[in-house]
Design a protein around this ligand. Structure first.
Ligand code: ZN
Length: 312
């Protein structure tokens, strides 16, 4: 059994069929976590779809109306890069509800992971880059609305810049957004996050981890969040079809551990979301996401040991 909750719903599958986005990955990650004995059935919570009020704290009324009534223009659908369907909309609302629930569980237990979400390219008035609704922003705004948090940090380690996050929280001093991404990759242009780290093509584990550590150090020096949302994209992997960095599986696990270590040393609960992952072999994408959960488990255990030694 895990010391924190995993949020999952079978409706997360975007039903994309043969698409570079392996939308069946959510189910495969859940199955692997169970089969490998990393998680038990009772570790999983099932989310409700986000309510429209929560979505409307982030997205425009017009955009939400078009999504719900199937009246997006052809251009708008092409920009999303995923085919429009009823199921897609249900999946996006569920993913947003899942990130809200992950945020709440993280505040309670110190940790939580949405086995979905991380749709960081979704903007207030349109979707793009496989992202329709910005689940992390919906969660942050809801937790703020509830008075559960004041300040949030988004640590985005997907290979693509979190342009939706940057637009939504631009100028908001209560939300610190750190995006570490490949410079010569989608999206263009890249609206400014609080801190953007433009990485050169092809960098590997050691260089990446040194840069990440420097920026985590600075971020937690400059800002003390009540919660960290970690956008744990699997696409900085060297075998990724849409990424141009060269991290190994072991390097990605060290990346996760580093983020968790900084968050917890600064006493910030962590809510994990998955974001992208387009490895040539889907099994690698699954392994990277499962590795993130394992890294969180190790960090949570470490936390518990530390608490115990403080009591003794
Ligand atoms: Zn990505």
């Amino acid at each position: 059994m895990l010391p924190f909750k995993l949020i999952y719903h079978e409706g997360y599958d975007l039903n994309l069929g043969a698409h570079v986005f392996p939308s069946q990955k959510y189910r495969m990650i859940r199955d692997t976590l169970l089969q490998d004995g990393i998680a038990a059935a009772e570790d999983f919570f099932s989310p409700e779809p986000a309510n429209d009020q929560d979505v409307l704290r982030v997205h425009s009324q017009e955009y939400v109306y078009k999504l719900k009534t199937g009246t997006l223009s052809q251009t708008e659908i092409l920009r999303m890069e995923v085919p429009y369907s009823r199921k897609l909309i249900e999946a996006c609302w569920l993913a947003a509800g899942g990130s809200v629930l992950a945020g709440r569980c993280a505040l309670e237990d110190g940790w939580a992971a949405n086995i979905g979400g991380g749709f960081h390219h979704a903007c207030p008035d349109h979707g793009e880059g496989f992202c329709v609704i910005h689940d992390v922003a919906v969660a942050i705004r809801r937790l703020q609305f509830d008075g559960a948090i004041e300040r949030a940090m988004v640590v985005d380690a997907d290979v693509h810049q979190g342009n939706g996050t940057a637009v939504i929280f631009g100028g908001d001093l209560d939300v610190y957004t750190l995006s570490l991404h490949q410079e010569h990759n989608y999206p263009f242009p890249k609206p400014p996050s609080t801190v953007d780290v433009d990485l050169p093509d092809g960098i590997g584990d050691e260089q990446y981890l040194a840069i990440l550590e420097k920026h985590l150090h600075q971020a937690f020096h400059d800002f003390s969040p009540n919660i960290v949302f970690y956008v744990a994209g699997a696409d900085p992997y060297r075998e990724d079809q849409l990424g141009g960095l060269a991290l190994t599986l072991a390097g990605l696990a060290r990346r996760d551990a580093l983020v968790f270590d900084y968050a917890r040393r600064n006493e910030a609960p962590v809510a994990i979301t998955l974001a992208g992952g387009y490895a040539r072999r889907v099994a690698d994408t699954i392994a990277i996401h499962v590795g993130t959960i394992v890294a969180a488990r190790e960090a949570a255990r470490h936390d518990a040991d530390r608490a115990k030694s403080r009591v003794q």
